[in-house]
Design a protein around this ligand. Structure first.
Ligand code: ZN
Length: 428
C-alpha cells in the first residue's frame, strides 16, 4: 500500500475507536456525573444521540470557569475510593482547579508521557534531569512517571537555584533535560557564562508549558548542544505529555486514542475549517476520574492534516501559537504576542527575547517592542529598529516603536516568561 493509503486506513480505524470511546464517555458521564447529566439535559442531548463523530458538536463545551465553580471535587466522575491522586493548577489567574485520577488514569498518563519521551529519542540508557516543580503541580510528577515507565533514570532535581541545577547536571551526567523553554534559555546562558559546556553530556531537551519561538528554540539548542522537543499538556487534561513534536518538527503529534481535538472559533464556538487557526477544544476518551467534554483550552493552534514524514499515524496540530487570553487589542487590531516573535524569528541581528509595552498617552494607544541586539552582529541599531518597524507594519498592520537593548538586558525567567506589559487600563 502507498503511505497515503495506509494513512487513510489508519485514520478510519482511529475514527471508529474514537467514536466507540466517545459514546462510552458520554454514557458514563450521564450516569456518574450529576453535573454533566444536568448539563446534557439542559442541552437536550442524551448519550444515544451520539451516532457519528460529528455528533460531538451536539455536546456542550466545558470551560475553566466551570472547573473553578465545581472546586474542589464537583467534576469527579468516579467514586471517591477509586480516586488515587489529585493534582491542582497553580491558580495564578483565579481559584485553583483540581483534577482527579483513578489508578488507570495514572497508568494512561505514564504511558502517554513515556511515548513522548520515546518519540524524542530517549531510551532506558538516558539520565533525565527534571527541573519543574513537584507537589500539587502536575509537571514534575508527570515527567517522573514517564521516565520511570520508559525505564530511563530520573534525576528529580525540581526547581532549585541554578548553581545546584548545574552541579547536578554535571555530577550525574544528565543526557536529557526537561523544563520550560524560558528555563532552558536561562540554563544555556549560565552554562555559556561559566564555560561548563565541555563538562555536559546533554543531547535532548524537552520543553513546554509556554509558547516559544523558532528563534528561541535555535538559541537553546546552540547553547545546550541538544535537539529540542516541544511537549504539550495541562493540569485539566492529566498534565504534560498529551503530545510532542517528532524529530521532523512539523507540528505536534497528539494521542488520539485518548483525546478528540477540535479547533473552534473562540468567539462563536463554531468549528473552524480544516487547517484554519482557532481555539483548541479537547474531549477525553479514556479518562475515569475526571472526564471532560469539549474542554476549551484557550490555546490557539490549527490542525495539520495529512501524514507526517516520520510515518507515525498520530494526527498533528501546529505548535501552540498563543492563548486566547494573551490577545492584545491595539488600535482596533487583534494581535497575539506570537505574531511579534514570528517577525523577530526571521530577523537578523536580534535575539529571541522580547517584551511588549502597551501604554496610553494623550488618549492614544502606543506599543513599544523591546528586543536585544545579538552581540557582535555588527548591525546599526537605528537601522535595525527602522526595518523592524516596517516589517511589523507590513505583516501585522500596526505601527509600533522598537527599542533595541544590549544582549541579556531583558529579564530571564526560571518559569514562564512575561511577554506583555499593559499599563493602559491599570493606570500604572
Ligand atoms: Zn511526525
Amino acid at each position: 500500500m502507498f503511505a497515503r493509503d495506509r494513512f487513510r486506513t489508519q485514520e478510519q480505524e482511529l475514527a471508529g475507536l474514537q467514536l466507540a470511546r466517545l459514546q462510552t464517555t458520554v454514557a458514563c458521564l450521564y450516569v456518574r456525573s450529576p453535573y454533566y447529566r444536568q448539563k446534557l439535559d439542559r442541552q437536550g442531548v442524551r448519550p444515544e444521540h451520539i451516532r457519528t463523530l460529528e455528533d460531538i458538536r451536539l455536546l456542550p463545551f466545558t470551560d475553566k470557569e466551570e472547573l473553578r465553580e465545581n472546586y474542589p471535587f464537583g467534576l469527579m466522575a468516579a467514586p471517591e475510593e477509586e480516586i488515587v491522586r489529585i493534582h491542582a493548577s497553580s491558580g495564578t489567574t483565579g481559584k485553583k482547579t483540581v483534577t482527579g485520577y483513578t489508578r488507570r488514569d495514572i497508568d494512561d498518563w505514564a504511558n502517554m508521557m513515556a511515548r513522548c519521551l520515546a518519540m524524542a529519542g530517549v531510551t532506558p540508557a538516558d539520565r533525565v534531569q527534571i527541573t519543574p516543580g513537584f507537589g500539587l503541580w502536575t509537571a514534575g510528577v508527570g515527567f517522573q512517571l514517564g521516565v520511570e515507565r520508559l525505564g530511563a533514570m530520573a534525576i528529580p532535581v525540581g526547581p532549585v537555584p541554578v548553581e545546584q541545577q548545574l552541579e547536578a547536571m554535571v555530577d550525574f551526567g544528565a543526557t536529557v533535560v526537561i523544563g520550560t523553554s524560558s528555563y532552558g534559555l536561562l540554563l544555556g546562558e549560565e552554562i555559556q557564562r561559566r564555560g561548563l559546556r565541555d563538562q555536559l553530556r546533554l543531547r535532548v531537551g524537552i520543553f513546554g508549558s509556554e509558547r516559544w519561538s523558532d528563534k528561541m528554540r535555535g538559541r537553546i539548542e546552540e547553547l545546550l548542544g541538544v535537539e529540542t522537543f516541544d511537549i504539550i499538556g495541562m493540569t485539566e487534561l492529566y498534565g504534560p505529555g498529551i503530545g510532542l513534536d517528532c524529530r521532523y518538527h512539523q507540528g505536534i503529534h497528539y494521542w488520539a486514542e485518548h483525546f478528540i481535538f477540535e479547533i473552534i472559533d473562540s468567539v462563536t464556538g463554531e468549528p473552524c475549517a480544516p487547517g484554519e487557526t482557532g481555539e483548541l477544544a479537547a474531549t477525553t476518551l479514556t479518562r475515569e476520574g475526571m472526564p471532560l467534554l469539549r474542554y476549551r483550552t484557550r490555546d490557539i493552534t490549527r490542525l495539520r492534516p495529512g501524514p507526517c514524514s516520520c510515518g507515525q499515524n498520530y494526527p498533528r496540530i501546529d505548535r501552540i501559537l498563543g492563548r486566547t487570553d494573551d490577545m492584545i487589542k491595539f488600535r482596533g487590531v487583534n494581535i497575539y504576542p506570537g505574531q511579534i516573535d514570528h517577525v523577530l524569528s526571521g530577523f537578523d541581528g536580534v535575539g529571541s527575547e522580547y517584551l511588549i509595552y502597551l501604554d496610553r498617552v494623550g488618549g492614544k494607544d502606543s506599543m513599544e517592542v523591546r528586543v536585544e541586539a545579538v552581540p557582535d552582529s555588527g548591525r546599526d541599531r537605528g537601522q535595525m529598529a527602522g526595518e523592524l518597524i516596517e516589517q511589523v507594519k507590513n505583516r501585522i498592520g500596526v505601527t509600533v516603536q522598537v527599542q533595541i537593548l544590549d544582549y541579556g538586558q531583558l529579564p530571564r525567567s526560571a518559569k514562564k516568561s512575561k511577554r506583555v506589559v499593559d499599563t493602559r487600563e491599570a493606570g500604572l
